[in-house]
Design a protein around this ligand. Structure first.
Ligand code: PEP
Ligand code: MG
Length: 589
């Protein structure tokens, strides 16, 4: 039956597909005795569930052919063998026909019996095969549990999968995205988490905070994920499907309209040029950035080279990745951020750190790099070598004080000298920038500016540290809010200080790519934005309707706002350029 669940949209778009539960809900066993008249229908139900399980295994075997170790294929074959076992089939049929058990209860009883047989074996290997029996029985139970209509199954079999999980790790999302993933529904999670960033990067609609998802959706249910309105429709009706088709048409039309902007300049109504850079982590981002007319790469997150592996990438491997990035941008400036890992991710990057109680406040970003000079020097050398292929700037994450910038500069100069000595081509005067994401650095930005050639404001982290609100904790959703006056005041302060010092400043947090914040950030003086390339055209479109001079006249009111509501009232005015001529609300002092 149709059900609507609500969540928070973390990545826009819509998707129609089969649900794939990462933690399948408990499957209940129906122990009520079966009336005699329903016995044969129940046997039929069981047979078709077993057939569905066999089909599933065959499909899995085919898909994984050549990609998984041989042993895994053998496990699948062992399960298939068990499913085809005539004795198992007859035993189950008998339980239904002679003891009037329902199919789920028969499977449970037979599974327990076989399990005991294996458990009683002397050979430890054979004993451990009980697990296989349990897995096969669970697979058939799951197939039985899918109470989907035939029509629904027909549509579902033709569509991709929508992942339903408590939270999903970025590495898992990257893995599934290569296997037909259409969207993600998270029970928990936050819109500013790295997974949400990756979902936007992969163009996958995603909801977070869909609290009832795991309890209300079953594996294989047909679901319509609506990332535009923050809802999921389970078992959508014909009307829902019509709405989905209408959205697809509209999205295609809007896509064509925006595509025409790919070669247009980014210019305000009063003819001020604004620079839109791209945040990139995957090669596809680089291609998209160029195709959509980005001014360059404003943030290249290098962590992605380090995650999901047992050993650290060596200098040549890193060099090849950075060089390809530089070449891919065809002469446009590229900003490579040095490693931003903390104890929470270091393990998966082949660095073993002592566990920390509070990794967000621990050895993270530049703190980690300076503590592992050999790892840092390897990365620095790779970046410096790539700089011979095009304009490169180096950006340092998690800067708290100017001394850290000086230490990085010393290391950079040392690496450059070594490279020259080793006969590599080197480039002099590479610009070294600081990310402003720690409140201390934002407050004392003048000191940082003396040590940095440029700044990039990382509002994703700046917000979490200013507001003491974990960016991944959905329970704090309303507190972690870019419209908080304290945050805006800091952003405005950093932009102003950089301009006065004559040094470039950009903003590369997620709000840079959200057109709802474009006018606000321009009112705070921002002229350089860096965002996921998928957002470039929307933001360019927004800017083409804004008058920068008028926006700047609101700066002091914004900097003096006391409450979120006052900021919002100003933002409402900004949202409609024609109303900007009105005087500032006098609620501001
Ligand atoms: C930020 O903190 O705003 C930022 C851009 O970096 P990341 O999201 O990678 O921490
Ligand atoms: Mg950050």
């Amino acid at each position: 039956m149709r059900r609507v669940l609500t969540g928070t949209s973390a990545a826009r778009g819509m998707a129609l597909g089969r649900a794939r539960l990462v933690q399948p809900s408990q499957i209940s066993i129906d122990h009520r005795p079966l009336p005699d008249g329903e016995v044969e229908v129940e046997v039929e139900r069981l047979h078709s569930a077993m057939q569905a399980a066999r089909d599933e295994l065959r499909e899995l075997r085919g898909k994984l052919q050549d990609t998984l170790p041989r042993e895994v294929g053998e496990f699948i074959d062992a399960h298939a063998l068990l499913l085809n076992d005539e004795e198992l089939q007859h035993g189950l049929d008998r339980l239904i026909r002679e003891r009037n058990l329902r199919a789920s209860a028969a499977l449970k009883a037979e599974g327990d019996r076989l399990g005991e047989v294996f458990e009683a074996m002397d050979d430890p290997y054979l004993r451990s095969r009980r697990e296989d029996v349990d897995q096969v029985i669970s697979r058939v139970l799951a197939a039985l549990h899918r109470q989907t209509s035939r029509e629904e199954r027909k549509i579902a079999s033709r569509s991709g999968q929508i992942l339903v999980a408590d939270t999903i790790a970025p590495a898992d999302m990257a893995h599934y995205s290569g296997h037909g993933l259409l969207g993600v529904i998270g029970v928990a999670g936050s819109t500013y988490s790295h997974s949400a960033i990756l979902a936007r990067s992969l163009n996958l609609p995603m909801l977070v905070g869909t609290t009832e998802a795991l309890s209300s959706i079953s594996d294989e249910d047909l679901v319509l994920l609506d990332g535009e309105n923050g809802e999921v429709v389970v078992h959508p009706t014909a009307q829902d499907l019509a709405r989905y088709r209408a959205w697809q048409k509209e999205a295609a039309r809007e896509g064509r309209r925006l595509a025409a902007l790919a070669t247009a300049p980014t210019r305000t109504v009063d003819e001020v040029d604004i620079r839109l850079f791209a945040n990139a982590e995957l090669p596809a981002d680089v291609a998209q950035a160029r195709a959509l007319g980005a001014s360059g790469v404003g943030l290249y997150r290098t962590e992605f080279l380090f995650l999901r592996r047992k050993t650290l990438p060596d200098e040549d491997e890193q060099f090849a990745a950075y060089r390809d990035l530089v070449l891919g941008m065809g002469g446009l400036p590229v900003t490579i951020r040095t490693l931003d890992l903390g104890a929470d991710k270091a393990d998966s990057a082949g660095l073993s750190l002592r566990g920390e109680d509070n990794p967000a406040l621990g050895v993270r970003g530049v703190r980690l790099s300076l503590r592992y000079p050999a790892v840092f020097a390897t990365q620095m050398r790779a970046i410096l070598r790539a700089a011979a292929y095009g304009p490169v700037r180096i950006l340092v994450p998690m800067i708290t004080q100017a001394e850290e910038m000086q230490a990085v500069r010393t290391l950079m100069e040392l690496c450059a000298r070594e490279l020259a000595h080793d006969g590599h081509e080197t480039v002099d005067g590479l610009e070294l920038g600081a990310m402003i994401e720690v409140p201390a650095a934002a407050i004392s930005v003048h000191a940082i500016l003396e040590a940095a050639d440029f700044l990039a404001i990382g509002t994703n982290d700046l917000a979490q540290y200013v507001l003491a609100a974990d960016r991944n904790n959905d329970a704090l959703g309303t507190l972690y809010d870019p419209l908080q006056p304290a945050l805006l005041r800091l952003i405005g302060h950093v932009i102003h200080a950089s301009h006065r010092a004559g040094k470039p400043v950009s903003l590369c947090g997620e709000i840079a790519g959200d057109e709802a914040f474009t006018a606000l950030l321009m009112a705070l003086g921002l002229t350089d934005f860096s965002m996921h390339p998928g957002q470039l055209l929307r933001v360019r479109d927004r800017i083409s309707g804004l008058d920068r001079k008028r926006l700047l006249s609101l700066r002091s009111s914004l900097m003096r706002a006391h409450t979120r509501e006052q900021v919002e009232a100003l933002l409402d005015g900004l949202a409609e350029p024609k109303r900007l001529a009105e005087p500032c609300p006098d609620t501001l002092d």
